[in-house]
Design a protein around this ligand. Structure first.
Ligand code: ADP
Length: 556
């Protein structure tokens, strides 16, 4: 065979270096190129702690050594019950970088559920903030797999006595190590972290992320049409590090070398505003409920932002009224985003294309209020009841399916596949119902289980909630389906009024006139003092439906 034939037969292999995409490489990159860029943490202990990416990398190596010293094997799960802070960040990187799996646990879940999750994951070590000492003391006897309990604090803050046998002090463990640790290289498909869905129905299920999926997600998240992170940013993730890895920000911040500001447990409006101003934060991300507190505090005290430019809001639908307040009153661009635990979590973000720039403000807002367009790396489709793909016309709504390298293929410890087939491919069914327009802007109308089916037609609870939230007297609103003898289901609006506001049922119902078709408007309004939320701050509709199971609608 002549050299020419040998070269031209069959596909030709690329001749590029094989470098696995590893989480440790993000940290090494940040330590080298953003060595003195700060990581500022509001500690549980109350004070402000300052460190740098250089410090984070060194201490993460020490954490890896600690895990070696504790006898942890590759693949062992290391649980955390912790707020956003530098120690949590070191555990993220120290665990994953040394081939252990960082398992972030939502401390706002019911204690029984936390114990169930720790046991299901078979966590070997449990690291937790001071806040959670009483909780862990109560749970410890039920946590069968945990061999080491580590309190994430220094010697001075260790409790004088505790029921936890041989409770370890994080800082003592870290300081005992010299940091002489070389980040190992291994298969990029190795598991890096584990996060359970909030489990609003049934037992929570674990999503197991890999190094590859995490690094690719960080690239995607940092893109200009996504979160648009850069080394000029000061990023404050309000979204907790136990809520789908703070939406990937601890990784994206390292990737671009941004300053990171971690608020710890101090998430009230006043503390957040002080931190935003004190550290000159430019970018943030969080669920809609956290912004309610901040906006109220700022309005009540006539406060403004001096550096804060843009924020991602997602996790549940961002009410358009909130978007407008942040933009018009506070000069903050809102990027509406959609995703889920099973998607690492980012799927879509609402950013305008060049051709939309010339639209009038109302048309622009209409697009920005949608959940947005996919990032490269996520593919989506909507299907009808017959399982066939629906058109992207902005009208047809159906079950939303996704696929991509940062979407799960199965759950932790489960053999059954959650995937569905469409056009010869595997897709993950999101459980959301959506429309997609010709430009690829996706809009969630509901979660499939929250949809209201009235006389065979679907009514979007999100749309009704958004209208209610635009009323100046409404603090928070939820819409659920209520049984109806004639229509099967009709919408019931549950409202929390703003303090001191006198808003009647009739006034609230009248607010829907002209804003939505008459048959879609709620049949009734109930006022409550507070709405139930999930551990990640979303409306807990399952509880609301239980609360109003026997509610009789007028004419019902
Ligand atoms: P859980 O499913 O336990 O609530 P996730 O945080 O994974 O936990 O929630 C994902 C779900 O949250 C999505 O499937 C969707 O229903 C909802 N969601 C997320 N972002 C948005 C958004 N911007 N608008 C409407 N719903 C959203």
């Amino acid at each position: 065979m002549s050299p020419l034939t040998a070269r031209s037969s069959g596909p030709m292999p690329g001749r590029m270096m094989q470098m696995p995409l590893l989480i440790s490489s993000l940290l090494v990159h940040a330590a080298r190129h953003a060595a003195d860029t700060e990581i500022v943490s509001k500690r549980v202990e109350g004070d402000l702690h300052r460190s740098t990416w250089r410090d984070a990398e060194r201490r993460s190596r020490q954490v890896a050594q600690v895990l070696d010293a504790l006898g942890c094997e590759p693949g062992d799960r290391i649980g955390t019950l912790a707020w956003n802070g530098y120690r949590h960040l070191e555990i993220y990187y120290g665990c994953s970088g040394s081939q252990r799996v960082c398992h972030t646990i939502n401390p706002r879940l019911f204690p029984d559920q936390i114990a169930w999750i720790v046991n299901d994951a078979a966590d070997r070590v449990l690291c937790f903030d001071l806040t959670f000492l009483p909780l862990v003391e109560k749970l410890a006897p039920a946590l069968e797999s945990v061999r080491h309990f580590v309190l994430m604090t220094d010697r001075a803050h260790m409790p004088a006595s505790t029921s936890i046998e041989s409770l370890k002090c994080y800082e003592d463990l870290v300081e005992a190590q010299n940091g002489a640790y070389a980040w190992p290289s291994f298969d990029e498909n190795t598991a890096s972290s584990l996060c359970y869905t909030s489990g609003t129905t049934g037992h929570p299920k674990g999503a197991v992320y890999s190094h590859r999926s995490t690094v690719l997600h960080a690239y995607g998240a940092a893109l200009p049409d996504a979160m648009g992170c850069s080394s000029a940013d000061v990023i404050l993730p309000v979204v907790p590090m136990f809520h789908v890895n703070a939406w990937g920000l601890p990784y994206a911040a390292a990737l671009v070398g941004a300053k990171l500001v971690l608020p710890g447990p101090h998430l009230d409006g006043k503390s957040l505003h002080e931190l935003f101003e004190g550290e000159q934060v430019t970018f943030s991300a969080g669920v809609p409920t956290v912004w309610l507190g901040l906006i109220n505090h700022m309005k009540a005290n006539g406060l403004k932002f001096s550096s804060f430019k843009r924020t991602v809001i997602g996790g549940s639908a961002c009410p358009p009224a909130m978007m407008r307040t942040l933009e018009q009153d506070f000069g903050v661009e809102v990027i509406h985003a959609w995703g889920m635990t099973e998607m690492s979590p980012l799927g879509t973000l609402s950013k305008l294309k060049a051709k939309h720039q010339a639209l009038d403000p109302q048309a622009r807002h209409h697009l920005l209020e949608k959940q947005g367009r996919v990032i490269y790396g996520v593919d989506m489709a909507i299907v009808g009841d017959d399982g066939r793909a629906l058109p992207w016309d902005g009208k047809a709504s159906g079950d939303l399916l996704v696929r991509g390298p940062w979407v799960i293929s199965s759950y932790f410890g489960r053999d059954d596949s959650p995937l569905r087939r469409l056009d010869g491919q595997d897709w993950f069914p999101t459980g959301d119902v959506a429309t997609i327009d010709a430009d690829g802007f996706m809009q969630i109308t509901d979660r499939s289980k929250d949809v209201i089916k009235s006389g065979g037609e679907w009514i979007s609870s999100i749309e009704l909630e958004n209208i209610a939230m635009a009323h100046p007297g409404v603090y928070e609103a939820a819409v659920i389906a209520c049984k109806h003898p004639k229509w099967d289901e009709r919408p019931l609006l549950v409202v929390v009024r703003k303090p001191g506001v006198d808003l009647s049922r009739e006034e609230m119902l009248a607010f829907y006139e002209g804003r939505i078709a008459k048959w879609q408007a709620p049949d009734d309004v109930v006022f409550v003092d507070e709405l139930p939320h999930t551990a990640t701050g979303k409306l807990l509709k399952i509880r609301l439906r239980e609360m109003f199971k026997g509610h009789v609608l007028p004419g019902g």
